[in-house]
Design a protein around this ligand. Structure first.
Ligand SMILES: Nc1ncnc2c1ncn2[C@@H]1O[C@H](COP(=O)(O)OP(=O)(O)OP(=O)(O)O)[C@@H](O)[C@H]1O
Length: 292
């Protein structure tokens, strides 16, 4: 088993730095890239899939370097954020076509497609037209096409975007199973996706890695700074100017608020165990403060 070694990757669009010295080491399992819109997640994913070149740095998987695109393409599967397929083809025809494009040998075509469909639990709809599938099914066909050819690395941009809660859980379970024997990289701004799926996470913001590690190690950064408080509805606005609010829940005539702060704002406020979402806010706040 090899590791995917990303060292000091930088990428500019004109004068704008979309990725700034990004370094990560990934092994089998699901790795999450968490960051707000525009953080550089898709840029990094496109670079990993060789769809986009990078300016400086190096990427390696064992002996394979990202300078040798044709070798990399054999070990990478990709499910982009906006994924669509030939609507008039059946699921099976479509996957067969993709297998041919991926260079799967003729003798293995049928087996590869059946195997992929089995893994995403779609064998029973193999003859349905792509155009007739639900969003969740289409996303699963997307994963099937990504795993054809048995790539060691699978890149999934915004895995559960647009899926209903049931499909979201089904899709996460599929990724969990595939992640046992492969490196899966997912990007998301949905903290719950990352928290339920990933072994390790990197928080990306404005092209830079703010924090990386296991979910527990990231949470530890936000220890002793997460508080909960109760405020009247008319006090909420003033509180917003005082502290960084992470979440608020209406409880009838008052709000229960979770906030980030170095000190207790009020003796009744209670210190909370940090969640990944808290840690995410903590890192964002830290960088915003340092730029003030
Ligand atoms: N081809 C391009 N030319 C110029 N700027 C670009 C290009 N692609 C992306 N950018 C800019 O680079 C930054 C990073 O974009 P990227 O799509 O990688 O972010 P992201 O984290 O994936 O965000 P989102 O979740 O919105 O897709 C953004 O500010 C974006 O506007």
């Amino acid at each position: 088993m090899h590791r995917l070694q990303i060292d000091n990757i930088s990428k500019k669009y004109g004068a704008f730095k979309a990725l700034d010295n990004v370094s990560l080491t990934l092994s089998n399992g699901i790795f999450g890239l968490l960051g707000p819109n525009g953080a550089g997640k898709s840029t990094l994913m496109r670079i990993l899939t060789t769809l986009q070149p990078f300016d400086t740095g190096s990427i390696k998987y064992g002996e394979i370097s990202w300078k040798e695109m044709h070798k990399v393409q054999k070990i990478i599967g990709y499910l982009p954020q906006h994924f669509s397929l030939y609507k008039h083809l059946s699921v099976f025809e479509c996957l067969k076509h993709i297998s041919i494009l991926k260079g799967v040998r003729k003798a293995e075509l049928q087996e590869q497609v059946y195997n992929a469909l089995e893994q995403v639990n779609l064998l029973q709809i193999k003859d349905q037209k792509i155009g007739k599938l639900s969003g969740g099914m289409l996303r699963r066909v997307g994963i099937a096409q990504a795993i054809i050819g048995n790539p060691q690395i699978i890149v999934v941009d915004e895995p559960t975007a647009g899926l209903d809660p049931e499909e979201r859980i089904r899709f996460r379970n599929i990724l969990h199973t595939i992640g046992r024997n492969n490196i899966i990289i997912i990007s998301s701004h949905i903290v719950e996706d990352i928290e339920t799926l990933c072994n390790e996470v990197a928080i990306l913001h404005k092209g830079k890695i703010l924090g990386k590690g296991t979910i527990n190690s990231l949470k530890m950064n936000a220890e002793n700074v997460i508080w909960s408080t109760k405020v009247e509805k008319n006090e909420l606005f003033a509180l917003q100017n005082e502290v960084k609010i992470i979440s608020q829940q209406s409880k009838g005539d008052y709000y229960e608020v979770r906030y980030l702060g170095n000190t207790q704002r009020n003796p009744h406020d209670q210190l909370q165990e940090p969640t990944l979402e808290d840690a995410y806010f903590y890192f964002m706040q830290k960088v915003d403060n340092s730029q003030c």
